[in-house]
Write a new protein. Sequence first.
Length: 256
Amino acid sequence: MRLGLFGYGKMGEAFAEVLKEKCEVHVYDIVEERLKVAESKGLKISRSAEEIAKICDIWFISVRPQDIEDLAKTIGNLAAGKLVISIVAGLETSKLESYFPGSRVVRLMPNINIRVRHAVIALCPGKSASRDDVELVKKLLEGGGIIIEIPERLMPAYTMIGGVTPALAAYFADALAWSGVLLGLDRLTSLKIVAHILIGTGKHLLEKRPDEIVEMVATPGGVTIESIEYLEKEGVKGKIMESIKQGLEKERRLKG
């Protein structure tokens, strides 16, 4: 099974590491240095998008949004019958189908955790994609994380919760780690503690509600409830929700 990967940036590179376990990956990128990196990792490369488009029945599109039109002009006439998988941010299936006429489109929205094989990937099939196409895409991405199939109208919500949250989690982790320094821990030790606590808490959250975990930790009159009371007084939860809302409004403005 041959897969043509168009765009070998950070996300393209991370996906290639997962995809190459299931199929033969051929890489195209306009940047020569990126092709050298791909070749050093045992991937087949080409400096011709058309060459890869012709020999591969599956296309994986991971170019920047501003580059998609140029790519479509180059290989769009070769798209009929191809399975086109896209991770291009903000590009809806209808637009992808117009760029690559006659293809079967599956749109993905990943997050950066694909790099550690623990991504949450939103999936939305286009009108021409079959259930077999969707199942094939899921199989190709086994080992990269989990896939959640959602309607396209909820992709913006996923962008904020799935795409942005890793940065927010890191932001909060940084604050907690510096708090440890404030209390006498060295930076690396504090950060290691916070990272492992987040991993463990994440596992708990797959089985329990957040409030149940809080109740497990917060003893009556103890230090945990004292800290939570302060955060509640400051309206931190509401500010987090508002930050997500502000991000979504920004995305809508960018889309026009």
